[in-house]
Design a protein. Structure first.
Lengths: 387, 294
């Protein structure tokens, strides 16, 4: 089994299996409603792939992925609003603008009438913001907690900004009520299936790209930067470039996910992009195993499914559960479920030792394995050294 | 002129609230390296303490004065529990403390919702804090003046503890060099606990204070936590004087920005300013000079 997992066929086979599952089995088994739900979860999973790369592999705790998700989403939403307005309204002015605003389309909306500009902006806008912030932060060697807090503040500011612009971004109501998607009717089940398939394909592509990246020299450098940034610098590489590039990749994934989220779910509002949703993106990644390829995806899907099934029936219980997940997973199982086999074997070994000596107590803080996916200790080594 | 003084005072007042929220953080984040996202919820606990105290003591003035120490205790004890159950296992993983305490924050928010209900409650300000004081023709709300004074008192108390008591000496020793402090016979475990108790207690006091200027809801803490962290980051880790300057600077700037643009653009400008500032001084206004890399 393990030899197969390491063989060169493993990745293409896994990709094919995933494609089969997502593109053939799921549409056959699920109703239109549930398929749209799965599409939404897949959008979160795409964000999670990026977070896994930046956080798990790169050690950058990105607490502001909601910003990039929101950028992609709002750009797409603006385009859909404008397209709807000229398709159905005739006036070319989105409905909410005549309600709250002057009834005129502001200048900075105009470029998004063009589908080409929109699609380009969905990728470029998050990339540009991430590039600027990444260069500003990483070039000056601001790291660890500082970066996390700055990215979180960015999310907070972004949400506040959106809420303040009732006339041009829909304020706290956000943008909703889309009727068509690049000319396709959004109510038609066939088009819904198409949207879902697009999301699924994007997820698979993101996974394939991330896998290639992880196994490239760049991926190894990234892990090296996470574990010993100074040593990488002494070797002649620039850690800031490596980190910034990774951050940009994660941001682009979040942006594309946001752009897909809008037509699938039908609404985007500041509540989907602020501090809380940005952090909520992280929990699935942590549960699945932040440093692995599939862990973030499976974790994000699992959390989304659990949230949908639990939150509607027991809203208060869900919040407690989510809080407990953060506490238990991050506090006691930082490698996520992916580290479970390791944990079990370590416990077994300890029990054997204890059986032999009678009173041996190995402190749990000493995570011994220098194995690859052990972010428990490895992820934070530079910070430990810095104090 | 009146407008200018009014704006300046609004800024100072905002700064004093930020300072109250950030003082405790500066202690726990700066000195101990724990990123306590539940700090805002400790404030919220302090605010609800004021509410509960006022229900048993109807006189608003007495209840306020009683609430301040009780809020300190409630915040501090909650912090102590948090530290003892979770954080002490994680001192070597600062980024992870952030997420764990975020989970705690979620739990505390929901607990407050279930205990006190989702709608906000109001704490009455005492009669002697109602109304305004005239300063060169500009009206100064007395509640805000009180918060300004309270923040200065807390600041003075904290500095006094750190500078002039054996406990403060131990705290500073553990911050500078944990191992050396241990070899000198200081229990770093007890010092950590006490540091966390004081830091969390200050959050409780901050919570009591903000009941005077707004209503108290389960999500009160989320309004302050991000700004408070920005203050600590801009001020420099573990630097009380940095936090003071950063808090008042951010407060004044924010009120100026909000006055000249809108509230939301003001927030964005503040963030941009902090990022630009960190370009110039990546370690904040003041920084501990060490020989460690980075």
């Amino acid at each position: 089994m393990s030899t197969f997992l390491q063989s060169r066929w493993a990745a293409p086979a896994g990709l094919a299996a995933g494609a089969l599952l997502l593109l053939v089995s799921a549409p056959a088994a699920l109703s239109v409603f549930n398929l749209a739900l799965l599409g939404k979860f897949i959008c979160f999973a795409i964000v999670a792939v990026g977070i896994g790369l930046a956080w798990g592999r790169g050690g950058m705790l990105t607490m502001g992925q909601g910003v990039f998700f929101g950028l992609g989403a709002y750009i797409m939403a603006m385009h859909l609003k404008l397209a709807d307005a000229s398709l159905f309204g005739g006036s070319g002015v989105p409905d909410f603008m005549s309600l709250y605003g002057s009834g005129e389309v502001p200048g900075w909306w105009e470029p998004f009438r063009s589908p080409v500009v929109t699609l380009a902006a969905v990728v470029l806008a998050p990339a540009l913001v991430a590039l600027l912030l990444g260069l500003a932060v990483f070039k000056r060697r601001v790291k660890g907690a500082y970066f996390a807090i700055l990215s979180q503040a960015l999310a907070a500011a972004f949400a506040v900004f959106l809420m303040g612009q009732q006339a041009t971004t829909g304020g706290s109501n956000g943008l909703s009520g889309f009727r068509s998607f690049f000319g396709f009717d959004l109510k038609d089940p066939a088009n819904k299936l198409m949207l879902y398939s697009v999301a699924a394909v994007v997820l698979l592509l993101a996974l394939a790209a991330t896998r290639q990246l992880m196994h490239s020299r760049f991926g190894e450098l990234l892990v090296a930067v996470r574990d010993q940034e100074e040593r990488v610098r002494f070797l002649g590489y620039d850690p800031a470039t490596i980190k910034t590039l990774t951050y940009v990749i994660a941001a682009v994934m979040a942006g594309i996910a946001g752009a897909l989220f809008v037509p699938i779910v039908g609404i985007i509002s500041p509540a989907d992009v602020g501090v809380i949703p940005s952090i909520a993106f992280l929990i699935g990644v942590a549960i699945g195993g932040r440093a692995t390829l599939l862990g973030p995806v499976l974790g994000a899907l699992g959390v989304a499914v659990a949230q949908t099934s639990l939150a509607s029936t027991f809203p208060s219980f869900w919040v407690y559960f989510q809080g407990l997940l953060f506490v238990l997973v991050i506090g006691f199982m930082p490698g996520g479920l992916a580290s479970l086999p390791q944990l079990v074997s370590r416990l077994k070994r300890r029990r054997i030792e204890r059986g032999g000596k009678g009173s041996a107590t190995a402190p749990a803080t000493h995570a011994p394995e220098p194995a690859h996916p052990a972010p428990a200790t490895a992820a934070n080594v530079p910070e430990e050294a810095s104090r | 002129m009146e407008l200018l003084i009014g704006q300046m005072f609004a800024g100072l007042s905002l700064g004093s609230v930020l300072l109250l929220a950030a003082l405790g953080l500066s202690l726990t984040f700066g000195q101990m390296g724990v990123i306590n996202m539940a700090h805002g919820e400790l404030m919220m606990a302090g605010a609800y303490t004021a509410f509960v105290v006022q229900r048993s003591i109807s006189d608003a003035g007495v209840s306020l004065l009683v609430s301040i120490p009780v809020g300190f205790l409630v915040g501090g004890l909650l912090g102590l529990v948090l530290e003892g159950l979770l954080l002490r296992r994680m001192y070597h993983r600062p980024l992870d403390t952030l997420l764990v305490t975020f989970g705690v924050a979620l739990i505390l928010q929901q607990a407050a919702r279930d205990i006190f209900g989702a709608p906000s409650v109001d704490v009455r300000a005492p009669a002697w804090l109602q109304g305004n004081m005239e300063l060169l023709g500009a009206p100064i709300p007395l509640t805000r003046l009180f918060i300004l004074l309270l923040s200065l008192v807390c600041l003075a108390g904290l500095v006094l503890i750190l500078r002039a008591t054996p406990l403060g000496r131990r705290i500073r020793a553990v911050v500078l060099n944990r191992d050396l402090a241990e070899t000198s016979g200081i229990s770093s475990r007890r010092t950590d606990q006490l540091t966390f108790f004081i830091g969390s207690g200050l959050a409780g006091v901050a919570g009591v204070a903000v009941t005077l200027i707004g209503s108290t809801g389960p999500y009160l803490g989320t309004n302050y936590i991000v700004d408070a962290f920005l203050v600590v980051v801009a001020g420099g880790l573990g630097q009380i004087k940095g936090a003071v300057i950063a808090a008042f600077a951010l407060g004044v700037l924010q009120s100026v920005f909000e006055f000249s643009t809108t509230a939301s653009i003001g927030k964005v400008l503040i963030l941009v300013l902090v990022v630009v500032f960190l370009q110039l001084r990546p370690q904040g206004i003041f920084s501990l000079k060490t020989r460690s890399l980075a």
